[in-house]
Write a protein that binds this ligand. Structure first.
Ligand SMILES: [Ca+2]
Length: 308
């Protein structure tokens, strides 16, 4: 194993765009995925865990998987099967999963052990609701010293995709997001501002179809994905978090203060991003404001080219 690889834990809810992000991460020479944890989000915990195991079997990659929270901390779950299909990954006949990769322990305990035992600080990459990460911080605050940063897909500095002002992952569990954003761990928010520009068009999808086995699989998932439309571009939200890990230079970022609206009658789940300093609070987040679309597209296709 290459010791220069960056150790990460991915917390995920596959989800079609999660599946694409996992492909890019699993075949990267620069990332060492120590653990994959699952969280209820796009679809139920059982389904996202099953999907994660099916993906690993498809990729022939052996990474331990631990199932986490089956619901948000406080609110009722939001169902996103209208975006990702009934199973969360409709459109492709996957092999049966390798259940041996599934740990018996809860995701939060598995994360704790992985972080505490690591010689090098771990980067957390949540690409679903932040329930597991919030529980980890509350149950085991001692892990903070060995977390390098949290690079998360979520939030928006402008409008939402789940509520008028709320992005799905934050909206799904705003209380968890509040705990994470106030944890004092360095946070990079890779949200809708960049996800809306990380687009895959029909001509890109056609390239994937014949690229390799993974490209073929993703091509078929894309036929069922409602994160945008193929004509106007499919949004690769979760892949942006992986892109940031590997190539932060393609992003325009700003350090600022971000808080989560919990009680707004119309705006609960909004990531209130104080770019002009009205709240006079210390910066707690590095916010991605823009992405170089051409560099992203190049990185995206090149990453999937490396897959089986
Ligand atoms: Ca996701």
């Amino acid at each position: 194993m290459n010791n220069n690889k960056r150790p990460i834990i991915i917390d995920t809810d596959p989800g079609i765009d999660d599946a694409v992000a996992l492909a890019a991460a699993l075949y990267s020479e620069e990332l060492d995925i120590k653990l994959i944890t699952t969280v209820a989000g796009n679809v139920s915990l059982d389904k996202v865990t099953y999907n994660t195991l099916r993906l690993l079997q498809f990729f022939k990659k052996e990474v331990p998987v631990a199932a986490g929270a089956d619901r948000p901390l406080m609110k009722e779950p939001i169902d996103a099967s209208n975006v990702h299909g009934e199973t969360g990954m409709d459109g492709y006949a996957f092999p049966e999963p390798n259940e041996n990769l599934l740990l018996e322990e809860h995701a939060v305990n598995a994360m704790y052990k992985t972080i505490i035992q690591s010689n090098e600080p771990i980067t957390l990459v949540p690409i679903g609701p932040l329930t597991n990460i919030a529980l980890l911080i509350r149950l085991y605050p001692e892990v903070k010293v060995n977390i390098k940063e949290i690079v998360l897909m979520g939030g928006s500095t402008t409008r939402g995709n789940s509520g008028v002002m709320a992005e799905f992952n934050i909206h799904a569990d705003p209380e968890a997001a509040k705990i994470v954003f106030h944890s004092s761990i360095p946070i990079v928010m890779v949200g809708l501002d960049v996800g809306w520009k990380a687009l895959v068009y029909p001509e890109d999808s056609e390239k994937l179809k014949t690229m390799n086995k993974t490209g073929h699989m993703i091509y078929h998932l894309f036929q069922k994905y409602r994160g945008g439309s193929m004509k106007k571009g499919l949004k690769m939200y979760d892949s942006c978090a992986i892109a940031y890990l590997l190539n932060p230079k393609m992003f325009t970022v700003e350090e600022t203060y971000v808080d989560i609206e919990l009680t707004g009658s119309l705006t609960a789940g909004c990531t209130v991003t104080d770019l002009k300093g009205y709240l006079n609070k210390p910066n707690n987040v590095t916010v991605c404001l823009d992405i170089d679309e051409k560099l992203f597209k190049h990185w995206f296709l090149e990453s999937l080219q490396k897959c089986n």
